[in-house]
Design a protein around this ligand. Sequence first.
Ligand code: PBG
Length: 324
Amino acid sequence: MTFPINRPRRMRRTDTLRRMVRETRLSPDDLIHPLFVCPGRDVVKPVESMPGVAQLSVDRALAEAREIHAAGVPAIVLFGIPSTKDATGSQAWNDRGEVQRAIAEIKEHVPGLVVITDVCLCEYTDHGHCGVIAGGEVDNDATLELLAREALSHVRAGADMVAPSDMMDGRVGAIRSALDEEGYSHIPIMAYAAKFASAFYGPFREAAESTPQFGDRRSYQMDPANGDEAMREIALDLDEGADLVMVKPAMPYLDLIYRAKLEFNCPLAAYNVSGEYAMIRAAGLNGWIEEERAVMEVLTGIKRAGADLILTYFAKNAARRLNR
Ligand code: PBG
């Protein structure tokens, strides 16, 4: 069964033949577009390390949501940048907060777009950690109730789904029971289940103004070396009631996307994070790579590895390209 009988090139000869044997097809339906919502009106504040991405006031976020929906992307995920921060991140559950108002506006005017919210305290705390601090450390159990309050506030505002990204133990269960108690048992949870302490979140922290003011996130986000532990985290979140689970970042963790799909056979998302976006954009803007092709190759690779959904800042543009 070798050459010259076998010639794999036969099926690569023309574009049509290649199309016929293509195994992985990226679709706009696979994509979720993240947006950063900030205070004010008519504000578009570019994020320097993420060319093409900006913090948007509620009115501008609505306009962007319309474009994302028109491009065929089914969902967005919202991050909030509050006007004030404090030790507990109390603006996170302000029913008149930026995210809550954005949800209401978008659901009113673009009802077909699924609105997911990131549930975390790091954008809302003055110390920049994802939970409350006790004795110089992030206090897991004290944080759970606050995350549940934040999730409830988002859902009351009309969010279709909540996505806890804090990496506290037990938060999926805490959010699930808080939602169920208030009559929201139909609202799904997408858990940032295997979230690694990654250098690739750097640009996001500029975008979300959420850099920790002391220490780092390694006591709650995962060690990049650990694959078995990632599977355990996913299993725990599924047990607690997660409807979708996520591996994050995507590109350095494709093996874990693959493993998770094989082991759990459940809806799986991967987050193509800010640093991955920044690298590709920087190389593209410098003319060092063909950016459009690189983006499609990366997103196809993440899907081929096993992700059903990809959160990516390229979503709107990639969807437009797929529609051409
Ligand atoms: C909040 C959060 C982060 C990201 C998503 N939710 C940052 C972090 O954990 O520091 C990263 C997204 C990205 O880099 O694109 N906890």
